[in-house]
Design a binder for this molecule. Structure first.
Ligand SMILES: *Cc1c(COP(=O)(O)O)cnc(C)c1O
Length: 481
């Protein structure tokens, strides 16, 4: 199947090559030239893993043995065989995506990506080891480490900002096991770590390297495609619960950062799933809210540090894919991205904005509003959600209140509340005491919600990666691996 760059339809790759490369050579993202025929009703019949197999076989047909890869990726890794259960809460349906090995929704994709990369390597006859380089503000790093640990032919190196991640997130990373993993703190903030990684990529581009460099970011189609499954799974759960009939449209509200998760919902819709409105939920960093409401994307604004750090982002990479898919105009996308890069903003043509607004709504939720939602949802329904999920909840609620839309609403829940115990405790009216581990225990004692196994065992685990380096040392560090 042919993929091409969002900026040039002639920059093409088959699906295995696209997974291997991540980013297209011109800096664009790979999109399918045409979507394959897909029997969405048939897809709804199987288990979550069957759904994954059907979707990934259709979108990545150049990668063989998909049933086997899916089995290897997910078997025994999630707390439940359904992988992503849907829970009714009031009038909403909460799609819990956080039951994977690191309690983050990114597990769904990062369990699968290593399998896809390894298989793509074999198909393309790539013999050298791949080195995955990742800068993380907390969640991606751990999910990637866990996904890639002890995978043959691949090594992974994660950089996180020293003092810039929560105590629980740090503990998750520095205790990481596996013979092919490296973790280091970098003096500075997330942007410093991220800029350092980008510099390594460009410094190594034309160098003779021991490894081939790659990334675990959602710019890779191999990371995006595995996320389509849970939209089908949620739809099936609503069918089974008698909430909808086959063919009814369902709305989804999605806590959004890099626009990967919500774009997977759009692709599910393109594959035939009856998806109604896709609601893009942001935190105080509401660049996407402004864009979807006005057509102007403007990254020239301060970046706020919030209680939902995985959504603290000003440049949302996967939006570029949506711009292409709705306009089918690579020259337009190339010029918009050039403007974003050089001037910091762009405005889309009215016709494109109209198409976006026909399928997407947007809203945002600052920390105070998220606290209010977490408190109220707990009081009213006894349900504990994290600050990211709270933004999705509020956006869904506002949308229903403003439009009276009666279609079933699914709110995607992207993190376990146990990853943010301090914020959650405060929001539900408790006074957090002690360190992050104590707060997890406190949250468990107050709410009775079980602590995820991977987090409960952290306090006892040995720290294995305690190094801290300067930004200027990152390249040397990577070359020595
Ligand atoms: C990464 C992340 C998001 C945002 O997902 P995108 O695909 O980047 O839009 C939302 N919530 C949590 C908890 C995340 O880790």
């Amino acid at each position: 199947m042919i993929y091409h760059s969002t900026r040039d339809v002639n920059a093409q790759a088959d699906s295995a090559q696209a997974v291997l490369e991540g980013l297209a050579p011109d800096g664009g993202l790979y999109v399918p030239k045409a979507l394959p025929p897909f029997d969405w009703k048939e897809c709804l019949q199987g288990s979550a893993m069957d759904m994954s197999t059907a979707i990934l076989s259709a979108l990545l047909p150049d990668i063989p043995d998909m049933p086997e890869l899916v089995k290897k990726a997910y078997t025994g890794k999630f707390a439940t065989a359904e992988l992503t259960p849907t829970v009714p809460v009031g009038d909403m349906h909460v799609l819990e995506l956080f039951h994977g090995p690191t309690s983050a929704f990114k597990d769904v994709a990062l369990c699968m990506l290593p399998q896809l990369l390894t298989a793509a390597k074999t198909v393309k006859g790539v013999e050298e080891d791949i080195l995955i380089l990742t800068a993380t503000s907390g969640d991606t790093g751990k999910a990637a480490l866990e996904g890639f640990k002890d995978v043959d032919g691949i090594k992974i190196c994660v950089f996180y900002p020293d003092g810039g991640v929560s105590q629980v997130q740090r503990a998750q990373m520095v205790t990481q096991e596996g013979g092919n993993v490296t973790v280091s703190a970098v003096v500075g903030n997330f942007d410093d770590a991220q800029t350092g990684v980008k510099m390594i990529f460009s410094a190594c581009r034309d160098k003779e390297m021991k490894h081939r460099l790659s990334s675990a970011n959602s710019i890779n189609i191999g990371r995006l495609a595995p996320q389509i499954m849970y939209y089908f799974k949620a739809y099936r759960d609503l069918l089974d619960a008698g909430k909808i009939s086959l063919g009814d449209e369902v709305n989804f509200s999605v806590p959004t950062g890099n626009f990967g998760d919500i774009l997977a919902g759009y692709l599910a819709k393109q594959l035939g799933l009856p998806v109604g409105m896709l609601i893009c939920a942001s935190n105080a960093n509401n660049v996407l809210t402004d864009f979807i409401r006005t057509g102007t994307y403007d990254r020239m604004r301060p970046l706020y540090k919030t209680n939902s750090p995985s959504m603290d982002i000003l440049v949302s990479s996967n939006l570029e894919r949506l711009l292409y898919l709705l306009s089918e105009d690579a020259d337009l996308v190339a010029s918009l991205m050039k403007r974003l890069n050089e001037e910091g903003s762009y405005t889309v043509p009215a016709e494109l904005l109209r198409k976006i607004q026909a399928q997407f709504r947007a809203d945002f939720c600052d920390d105070a509003a998220a606290d209010e939602v977490m408190g109220r949802v707990y009081r009213d329904y006894g349900y504990v959600c994290d600050p990211h999920t709270a933004s999705g909840w509020l956006a869904a609620e506002n949308y229903v209140n403003q439009t009276g839309d009666e279609r079933a609403m699914v709110v995607l829940s992207t993190a376990s509340p146990y990853k943010f115990p301090e914020a959650v405790l405060k929001a539900i009216g408790e006074t957090p005491a002690g360190d992050g581990f104590d707060q997890m225990d406190q949250l468990n004692a107050v709410t009775g919600v079980a602590t995820p196994k991977n987090l409960a065992g952290l306090r006892e685990k040995a720290e294995r990666h305690t190094g801290v380096i300067e930004k200027s040392q990152m390249l040397e560090f990577v070359l020595s691996l």
